[in-house]
Write a protein that binds this ligand. Structure first.
Ligand SMILES: *[C@@H]1O[C@H](CO)[C@@H](O)[C@H](O)[C@H]1NC(C)=O
Ligand SMILES: *[C@@H]1O[C@H](CO)[C@@H](O)[C@H](O)[C@H]1NC(C)=O
Ligand SMILES: *[C@@H]1O[C@H](CO)[C@@H](O)[C@H](O)[C@H]1NC(C)=O
Ligand SMILES: *[C@@H]1O[C@H](CO)[C@@H](O)[C@H](O)[C@H]1NC(C)=O
Ligand SMILES: *[C@@H]1O[C@H](CO)[C@@H](O)[C@H](O)[C@H]1NC(C)=O
Length: 537
């Protein structure tokens, strides 16, 4: 029973001996000698003995009697071993034995591999001009890795390649990757990055490539803002602000306003922001932001909405009418934005203003009559001026009141007499000249305190009184005018005059009248309201 025949299987260094029976039944296997199958796929081996016609039997074995890891289907002169799915356990040499009276055998080597997917390209970050980036080519689930080569190409030029000649104890699918770090330039925009994986299967290279058009980014540059017409606006104005920022891809522009609490309120997703009918509250910091996938850049612009000064008010303490020598505080306020500056001035005779103070309160101490006049407060800012006036009246109690008769207090009938009253510190308009009489005082029409009696008559004789009065006080002076008749040189105390006064007087007794006339000289009758008030306190 000569048994010989030695079959050596290709790459697997495995010696397998086939003992063919002497009867030499011819056995065929498909595929012949070797089968290459991918893990996970379905594969089958078919064994047949075409020369046998009857009483056929098949048997399948593996080289070291490990499990077949497949299903056998026999029909007539054929037997099929189906491996579904192919796994590491199918990497064996298989032997098919046929017997139909005589016997025959045939062996076959099953080789497996795994190379199921295209390589994947991964970036450490988005490729940005000027910033180093690592590109990684990843090849998943490869077996056997010692037959794998990975290469990374940019613009058809190899950047890096690698083989994976490692000793692996346990059969397994491996995921391998290759990295390359470089700094993209603007020239790299749109260039091709190719990841290429090559697995040698049955001595032949099997290549899978993944190309990618390089997306190169440029982070948003400093935004440029243009403001039309100006960042300084008046209430009611409109403003248009446009913002641009360069970058790749073109940054998305947005506008927002900074709130007091530090937050931002989004106003527009457009490059142009238009604000109409601006109000004071619209003043503030506006922010333009340019955003693209690799960055953000922002710029701020401050808008000021000015409000012309208005509602200027003056308060005078204690009063706008004062006694000479006292002090007064005049305080001014004015609304507006930005807050108006205050300017106090005094109106001069010619209408011009004499600036006095930029303080809100104007204080006058120890006022004099000359301080009387019109004071003007102006609220001033860039947007305008608003003014308010107050009249200050400084008064003094009348003093130095003098009443005279010219040429004399004793005249003759037919003479011309001028009764004249002057006051040192009160205008003549505040002087009242009267003639006293029992029937009631007569106010005389005086000019500048002077009253002229043309051709004096006896009836013009009597008591003349001058009064000067204002809010502060009162002064009185009186004189007695004596008119002598031309014909009869009558006595001063003429019986005629005495009878006239005695007869007409109901109130004053005759003796009183005599004393009254006896007090021919100036009556010093001065009365001050102010003094009276002070004494009451
Ligand atoms: C066996 O093979 C014959 C001819 O090839 C075919 O007609 C028959 O259907 C097969 N039987 C089975 C069970 O596969
Ligand atoms: C890269 O090379 C291949 C062939 O090697 C060629 O077909 C292709 O046009 C080249 N691509 C570029 C961008 O040069
Ligand atoms: C502003 O953007 C919005 C969408 O965000 C759009 O509907 C509108 O037309 C844009 N306006 C202008 C003036 O561009
Ligand atoms: C004016 O203001 C000053 C400071 O407030 C105060 O001391 C003074 O009494 C005020 N004068 C008058 C007349 O109100
Ligand atoms: C304004 O006020 C300051 C301090 O209150 C004072 O020193 C200054 O003299 C005032 N100026 C005028 C012009 O009143």
């Amino acid at each position: 029973m000569p048994r010989n025949i030695v079959v050596i299987f290709g790459a697997s260094n495995i010696l397998w001996m086939v003992f063919a029976v002497s009867q030499n039944v011819k056995v065929e296997i498909f595929p012949e000698d070797k089968m290459i199958a991918q893990i996970g796929d379905s594969a089958s081996l078919t064994c047949s003995a075409p020369d046998c016609e009857s009483s056929l039997s098949f048997s399948w074995r593996t080289q070291i009697d490990s499990p077949l890891n497949g299903k056998v289907k026999t029909n007539g002169t054929r037997s099929t071993l189906v491996m579904n799915p192919v796994s590491f356990e199918n990497e064996h040499s298989y032997l098919c034995t046929v017997s139909c009276g005589n016997k025959g055998e045939r062996g076959i080597q099953v080789e497996i591999y795994s190379f199921p997917k295209d390589p994947e390209i991964h970036w450490s970050s988005l490729p940005e001009v000027g910033k180093p980036v690592t590109v990684r080519c990843l090849v998943p689930d490869v077996y056997p890795v010692e037959k794998l080569e990975i290469e990374l190409l940019k613009d058809n030029h190899s950047m890096v390649s690698q083989n994976f000649l490692e000793l692996i104890d346990i059969k397994s699918k491996e995921t391998k990757s290759l990295e390359f770090t470089f700094t993209p330039t603007e020239e790299d925009i749109g260039k091709a990055i190719v990841c290429q994986a090559t697995l040698i299967i049955d001595g032949q290279p099997s290549v899978k490539t993944t190309p990618e058009k390089m997306q190169v980014y440029i982070s948003p540059k400093d935004p440029v803002i243009s403001v039309n017409p100006s960042t300084s606006l008046q209430e009611g104005d409109s403003v248009m602000m446009t913002c641009t920022s360069e970058g790749l891809p073109a940054p998305q522009i947005s506008w927002s306003k900074k709130l007091d609490n530090g937050d931002q309120q989004l106003l527009s997703g457009n490059a142009t922001l238009t604000l109409i009918a601006m109000r004071m509250e619209d003043s503030g910091i506006y922010v333009c932001e340019g955003v693209n996938p690799v960055g953000t850049n922002r710029k701020e612009v401050e808008l000021t909405v000015q409000v012309a000064p208005r509602d200027t008010t003056i308060s005078v303490n204690p009063s706008s009418t004062l006694e000479e020598g006292s002090s007064v505080n005049m305080t001014c306020s004015s609304d507006g934005f930005p807050a108006p500056k205050i300017l106090w001035s005094k109106k001069l005779r010619d209408g011009n203003l004499e600036p006095l103070s930029e303080n809100t309160t104007l204080t006058l101490t120890s006022t004099k009559m000359e301080d009387s006049g019109i004071y003007v407060c102006e609220g001033i800012n860039q947007a305008g001026i608003n003014r308010k006036e107050v009249e200050l009246i400084i008064q003094a109690a009348p003093k130095d009141l003098q009443l005279t008769a010219f040429p004399s207090e004793s005249v003759k009938e037919g003479d011309t007499v001028i009764i004249s009253c002057t006051c040192g510190n009160v205008p003549p308009t505040l002087i009242i000249l009267k003639k006293k009489a029992e029937t009631g005082d007569t106010v005389l029409k005086s000019t500048d305190g002077a009253y002229t009696i043309h051709r004096a008559r006896l009836a013009d004789a009597g008591v003349y009184e001058c009064e000067s009065k204002n809010e502060i006080g009162l002064q009185l002076r009186s004189i007695t005018l004596d008119v002598k008749g031309r014909e009869s040189n009558k006595d001063y105390f003429s019986s005629e005059l005495l009878v006239l006064y005695c007869a007409s007087s109901l109130i004053i007794p005759a003796i009183g009248v005599i004393i009254y006339f006896a007090r021919k000289a100036n009556m010093r009758g001065s009365y001050s309201l102010v003094d009276a008030q002070k004494s009451k306190v």
